[in-house]
Ligand binder design. Sequence first.
Ligand code: NDP
Ligand SMILES: O=CC(=O)O
Length: 367
Amino acid sequence: MPSTLLAKPNINNLLSSTAMALCSAFCPRISANFRPKPFSSSPSKPLLSLSFKVFSSQATDASSQDKFSGRVGFLGLGIMGSPMAQNLIKAGCDVIVWNRTKSKCDPLISLGAKYSSSPEEVAANCDVTFAMLADPESAIDVACGKNGAVSGMGPGKGYVDISTVDVATSKLINEHIKARGALFLEAPVSGSKKPAEDGQLIFLTAGDRSLYELVSPLLDILGKSRFYLGEVGNGAAMKLVVNMIMGSMMASFSEGILLSKKVGLDPSVLVEVVSQGAISAPMYSLKGPSMVKSQYPTAFPLKHQQKKLMLTQDLRLALGLAESVSQSTPIAAAANELYKVAKSYGLSDEDFSAVIEALKAKSQDTA
Ligand SMILES: NC(=O)C1=CN([C@@H]2O[C@H](COP(=O)(O)OP(=O)(O)OC[C@H]3O[C@@H](n4cnc5c(N)ncnc54)[C@H](OP(=O)(O)O)[C@@H]3O)[C@@H](O)[C@H]2O)C=CC1
Ligand SMILES: O=CC(=O)O
């Protein structure tokens, strides 16, 4: 699986200026607004005085840049889609939005976005259309359903699906888009609400390389790094593997918080200890303090971590992926059971860190 990641802090200046040049090619007003972002991985100890983003090699193709007129469609304005669309608008892009619940378009319209009344209309009016939908079912429906984006696609257009879906769903949407003579890129993201707001997402892309190159300046507005992983399905698979690890990490962290409390330790101190050691993770520092207070402000809804749809997703889909290649994943399977319990307690709309409640309940059952 070819990955074309480059991470070279010492070419920071070059990359930043390249990004600015590319962004201004896409969106004329970007160069005035676009400023290098602070390096986010270790905010307390900045390694570099200037920001750097991780860009893939051969990120651009000047000729394809010239052909792009810069009108961008955005379908799906939920927790992730809204701030992403907002960042594109703020960067000066000409954005047309659509969302099933129309009221979620209003804040973006007031920032300068235009509105179209169906995914088809958005795709017909845009050169590139992004989609950030909840799950495989909605991703298929918005792309391939009645008045779906596919009907508005045609040669010279591109469809970028950022939703987290399974490999089969991504391939299906790709086929429909291709049948219209358009290009397709899957580009699920690693990162949650805050990285979406801060333009610090990580894109896991696969599909048409020329579309990848064309939209790279846009991905660089929305994210801090991007990987091109080859054929359609590889981006979806990478995202599922990442979320499988994340789901298990969160379940393990939850156990630690509860065990520390039971043995008379202060779980807030545990969070601090973890944050300073080799197992430190931004996720623990971000969510740990709220978890200790039994609060789960929703960034990544639990329902998305343990979706129960026609194909299912995230942990469940990752388990399916593992099974398809006979890879044993007992830790993820155990974590998955906990998310199922949490979901059965009505915690679907809470943050996925609410999985700790499933463990609390289990402890009471056995006490
Ligand atoms: N939240 C997070 O931290 C992260 C989420 N993701 C992934 O990003 C995607 C979006 O997540 P997020 O923004 O959190 O989810 P939200 O639930 O906040 O938003 C989901 C979006 O999908 C739309 N939608 C749902 N069902 C349908 C349908 N049947 N037809 C049309 N539109 C529909 C919703 O429309 P409406 O407003 O009308 O309900 C909304 O725009 C998911 O695939 C998720 O797994 C990836 C990384 C992080
Ligand atoms: O899908 C969620 C994430 O944080 O990545």
